[in-house]
Design a protein. Structure first.
Length: 380
């Protein structure tokens, strides 16, 4: 199963030199009592210690705490059970932090390759998408449109944009968020939902999104999220007085975020699939609909982003939310294929994750999810 990947790599030779210099003092500082007991029974001490050191670093990266926020290096560790399977253990303090963050049971894999100890740990992954309509209140102020009806204001905004750029797509500050859909993969399973209810205001929708990041520090996955979704959410957060401290963390409070945060285009805490798969080249970018078609996924199901404003005017917010959820499903399925491409998800586990998505769709009574499943199963 994959939720996201936390990785740390350490040379065994480096550990050997540290052991030679500091001896048992280093071990007592690093290892939990359970780990020290297992170390006493192993013949490959440097390998054992290197893998545990890497494991501890990767686990706290995955938790989003680093060795701060109440977590010390001896608050988490890895021991092998009677079958030799590695298991994550926490001290009493580490267990309190884990529960406070809402993190489920941890699962780990340890490998050593060419003198390296590598640990991969599974963490929460949140796939998200937003839907927007023209901010007609802003349009009135920007262009002096007075008491014109919303529909007329939007027409004027689109027309002025066409004059400037040749297309209808409004600049980012002129978008108002009306729906945010998420898929969350955790130890407990896969969940798909839209934030709030149909009557929830924009400020609360945006706050709920950033509250989820604040609480769980998930790995984010999007399609074009770096260029559209996240900038729009940031602008609307500014407008609505939303707080988003964890999203903006870059290492000042948590060192684990210094080299892996949500803000850098080239970090893995947020994976913009359109950006990454194109090699960060504008000419290489493709639409979500075309990538879904390429991979035999359902894609848009007859509803396009260009129809959102019309649906909003007609009061069909539920249709917008459902469309947003199907975009999230397509993005999650592309991400699973990408994880397989990178070697992070073996083929057998990829198939397990695909079946998990289908099980979620079969269990749902929502018509748009039934339509998605039917289209998926008919695909070549």
């Amino acid at each position: 199963m994959i939720f996201g990947i936390g990785v740390d790599v350490l040379e065994s030779g480096r550990i050997a030199r540290t052991l030679e210099r500091f001896g048992t003092r280093f071990l007592e500082h690093l290892l939990m009592p359970e780990e020290q007991a297992q170390l006493a029974r192993t013949q490959r001490r440097e390998r054992f210690v290197a893998m545990r050191f890497a494991a501890k670093e990767a686990i706290v990266k995955a938790m989003g705490t680093g060795f701060s926020h109440g977590m010390w290096i001896r608050d988490v560790g890895v021991v092998q059970n009677s079958w030799g399977k590695p298991e994550v253990v926490f001290s009493a303090r580490g267990e309190r932090v884990r529960r406070a963050l809402g993190i489920g049971e941890a699962h780990v894999t340890l490998t050593d390759e060419a003198g390296l100890g590598r640990m991969r740990t599974l963490v929460n992954t949140l796939v998200f998408d937003i839907e927007t309509v023209p901010d007609v209140e802003l349009g009135r102020r920007l262009y002096g449109l007075g008491d014109l009806a919303d529909g007329e204001v939007a027409k004027a905004m689109f027309a002025l944009r066409r004059q400037d750029t040749g297309g209808d797509f409004l600049s980012l500050e002129q978008h108002r968020v009306v729906a945010i859909a998420c898929a969350l993969r955790t130890q407990e399973g896969l969940k798909l939902w839209s934030l709030g209810e149909t009557g929830t205001g924009e400020g609360e929708l945006v706050q709920r999104f950033f509250d989820g990041i604040e609480k769980f520090s998930p790995d984010l996955v999007s399609w074009n999220g770096s260029s559209f979704d996240l900038p729009v959410l940031t602008y609307r957060a500014l407008l609505r007085g939303v707080q988003a401290a964890r999203f903006w963390e870059s290492g000042e409070q948590d060192p684990a975020f210094r080299y892996n945060n949500y803000l850098s285009r080239y970090h893995w805490r947020h994976t913009d699939l359109m950006d990454v798969l194109s090699g960060f080249q504008r000419r290489g970018r493709v639409s979500l609909a075309h990538m879904a078609c390429l991979l035999g996924l359902p894609g848009k199901l007859g509803f396009e982003g260009s129809q959102v404003w019309e649906a909003w005017q007609s009061g069909n917010l539920e249709g917008i939310r459902r469309y947003c959820e199907t975009d999230v499903l397509n993005t999650w399925l592309i991400y699973l294929r990408f994880a397989q491409l990178r070697g992070l998800l073996p083929r057998a586990q990829h198939l397990e994750e695909i079946e998990r998505v289908k099980a979620l769709l079969r269990a749902s009574r929502e018509p748009h999810l039934a339509e998605f499943l039917a289209a998926w199963e008919k695909a070549p």
